[in-house]
Write a protein that binds this ligand. Structure first.
Ligand code: ZN
Length: 153
């Protein structure tokens, strides 16, 4: 049976027996594990990285980006997890699946290349705001001042 709600749970390691409707988030292992929301009982592991999945947790509500596409499994489920809700999408066509795989490959390649080149594929990374540098600089100056005061006390 399909479920339409999922509850996040912060764990170090996902339990051996997973409960349906639970989203196990391991910061240590940088992965999210859950049972497929269609009820087929398959375990879905989504690694967390800029090129793979990202999780947002706000007031106990989880949002996972991008969508979960279980096209390697028999059920071919495809859904989004947003604010603990499971939003079902239609099944992907073979062509769409191929497009997603290719996009993932590009993202991974971009991540491995690092930041020296290909700035166009990095739109998912927020660029630092102009004030960010100043704030960091101010923090550094404050620490230096505190250190100096400690030295000359
Ligand atoms: Zn399933």
């Amino acid at each position: 049976m399909r479920i339409d709600r999922i509850t996040p749970e912060l764990v170090e390691l996902a339990p051996r027996v997973l409960q349906p409707g639970r989203l196990y988030i391991s910061e240590k292992y940088r992965a999210v594990v859950h049972l497929c929301c269609c009820g087929c009982g398959e375990k879905v592991v989504t690694p967390l990285s800029p090129a793979e999945w990202q999780i947002q947790l706000a007031q106990g509500r989880a949002t996972l980006h991008p969508s979960i596409g279980n096209w390697s499994m028999a059920c071919q489920s495809h859904y989004l997890i947003r604010d603990n809700r499971v939003i079902w999408s239609g099944q992907l066509s073979k062509r769409q699946i191929k497009a997603v795989f290719e996009r993932d490959q590009r993202d991974l390649q971009a991540m491995h290349r690092g930041t020296q080149e290909q700035p166009t594929v990095e739109q998912s990374t927020p660029s630092p705001s102009p004030s960010g540098g100043e704030r960091a600089d101010a923090g550094w100056r404050a620490r230096l001042k505190a250190f100096w005061q400690w030295l000359t006390r």
